[in-house]
Design a protein around this ligand. Structure first.
Ligand code: CMC
Length: 430
């Protein structure tokens, strides 16, 4: 469905076409605005700006809907695997048995890092944050595959490069953990599935294999599925922006890791755990902390709450909360931080400050408690998010690469600085 919007600027009327997405979302196409009027639109933080057409992920923030390629997130979380979901995101359909086997084989064939890359790990100080290592090493990996750089080859070699990135990000992540803890690195095993292999590389020791408990493997696989894509968020927009310059897949993904790192985005899962630990250490049940959050001068936020798009609930949070209870019960663990999280949620959901601002728990509120139960260190939480998000970034990179109308992303600005002034020699300056 198409229509028109009427813009009146300085008394002159301009007709702008509207576009409608497959789920009924309406956009006003302003691509001719500057050419016709000399004016631009201003939308800091892009809350009202659609930057692209995309077939990958649909979110309805008011209704709490999240779908990958048309499949509901709850359905995928319950029935799919991370590898199958990755294929779905990248190639647009659920794989048949042969396609899944080929994709899995590609992941296995590409799981080993180039031998020389092992030396790169030694260059990081023990205090390096694993996200710094991850972004640097993904970018470094591109230097071992020179044909990545050639844009002519981007299409034909894409399936290999995509599989290599999904596979190796897991190896790099596990190595970064091992190196930063002074532990020997563990090679992946071809006999293990994706998530099993990650746990093996994280927690096995020479001569002593980590015991792979199905409930733990399943919980982590589900965490990866829930993080696999999320439409045009900060990191995915970054990946698309970098890809629009025709930078290679690894460079684009590495930029995505950096954008994800911040505590308002993927870094929130680490920030949530640190917040819960602090509340616990202070002997608070969350009540005092929430008082401070509501006091704007404290500059505190309830981490793991709020979302730019979801205004009723984050469907991922519902799934992850249920999974959290299940995992702790299966492992026969209780966690005082889970009790604090539940208390915070209960108070916040009944408090006018949070209700009036439509602030609800997001995916990061409970994911950290599951990861903590699995034994993943807090500074690796955002790395887990990055492993999960990789297929989404790759799918978005592919969309940019395959779009014949793709142009380099280049927003404009409203300049508010000095107008023209003359250069004055040093002696004349006050
Ligand atoms: N705790 C307390 N107040 C909050 C929070 C929070 N977590 N989030 C938003 N607010 C308040 C904010 O102070 C503002 O109040 P006022 O109107 O009085 O100035 C109002 O709610 C609107 O906030 P905003 O910052 O304009 O909202 P935004 O859409 O720009 O930010 C957000 C979204 C996710 C960055 C923000 O809600 C936040 O900082 N949450 C905590 C960090 C977090 O959990 N991030 C993970 C997001 S989900 C994972 C992902 O996809 O990245």
């Amino acid at each position: 469905m198409t229509g028109n919007a009427e813009l009146i600027l300085d008394g002159k009327s301009l007709s702008l076409p509207t576009v409608t997405g497959s789920e009924g979302e309406v956009g006003i196409d302003i691509s001719s605005l500057r050419a016709k009027t000399g004016a631009i639109t201003l939308d800091p933080a892009y809350g009202n700006t659609g930057s692209c057409y995309s077939d990958i992920t649909f979110i309805d923030g008011e209704k709490g809907i999240l779908r990958y390629r048309g499949y509901d997130i709850a359905d995928l979380a319950e029935k799919s695997t991370f590898v199958e979901t990755s294929f779905l995101l990248i190639y647009g359909h659920l794989p048949n048995a042969e396609e899944l086997q080929t994709f899995s084989n590609l992941l296995t064939e590409n799981q080993m890092l180039h031998e020389s890359m092992r030396f790169n790990f030694q260059g990081f100080p023990a205090s390096a944050h694993p996200m710094a290592i991850l972004s640097a090493m993904i970018n470094a990996a591109s230097s071992y595959y020179p044909n990545l750089i050639c844009t002519v080859n981007r299409r034909e070699r894409f399936p290999n490069h995509a599989a290599r990135l999904i596979s190796q990000v897991r190896t790099i992540a596990a190595y970064s953990y091992r190196v930063s803890h002074g532990l020997p690195t563990i090679f992946p095993k071809s006999s293990l599935h994706y998530t099993e292999n990650f746990l093996h590389m994280m927690f096995s020791n020479p001569g002593e294999d980590y015991e792979l408990k199905p409930e733990i493997v399943r919980a982590l696989d589900m965490i990866f599925i829930l993080h696999a894509d999320h439409e045009q968020n900060c990191s995915t927009s970054t990946v698309r922006m970098v890809a629009s310059s025709q930078a290679n897949l690894y460079a684009s993904a590495s930029a995505g890791v950096c954008a994800l790192w911040g505590p308002l985005h993927g870094g929130a899962n680490q920030a949530v755990l640190e917040m819960l630990e602090q509340i616990h250490q202070d002997g608070d049940d969350g009540t005092k902390f929430l008082k401070a959050v509501k006091d704007k001068t404290s500059n505190r936020r309830l981490m793991g709450f709020g979302h730019r798009v979801y205004k009723n609930f984050d469907p991922r949070a519902l799934i992850i909360k249920a999974q959290c209870d299940k995992v702790l019960a299966q492992l026969h663990r209780s966690d005082p931080l889970l009790e604090i999280a539940k208390k915070l949620e209960e108070i916040a959901l009944n408090d006018d400050y949070f209700i009036s601002r439509k602030l609800y728990p997001n995916v990061d509120f409970y994911s950290g408690i599951i990861m903590r139960a699995i034994g993943i260190p807090v500074d690796m939480f955002t790395v887990m998010f990055a492993i999960g998000r990789m297929p989404g970034w790759i799918a978005n990179f592919k969309e940019v690469m395959e779009n014949p109308d793709s142009r380099i992303s280049r927003p404009r600005q409203i300049y508010t600085g000095e107008t023209l002034r003359s250069y004055r020699p040093m002696a004349e300056r006050a």
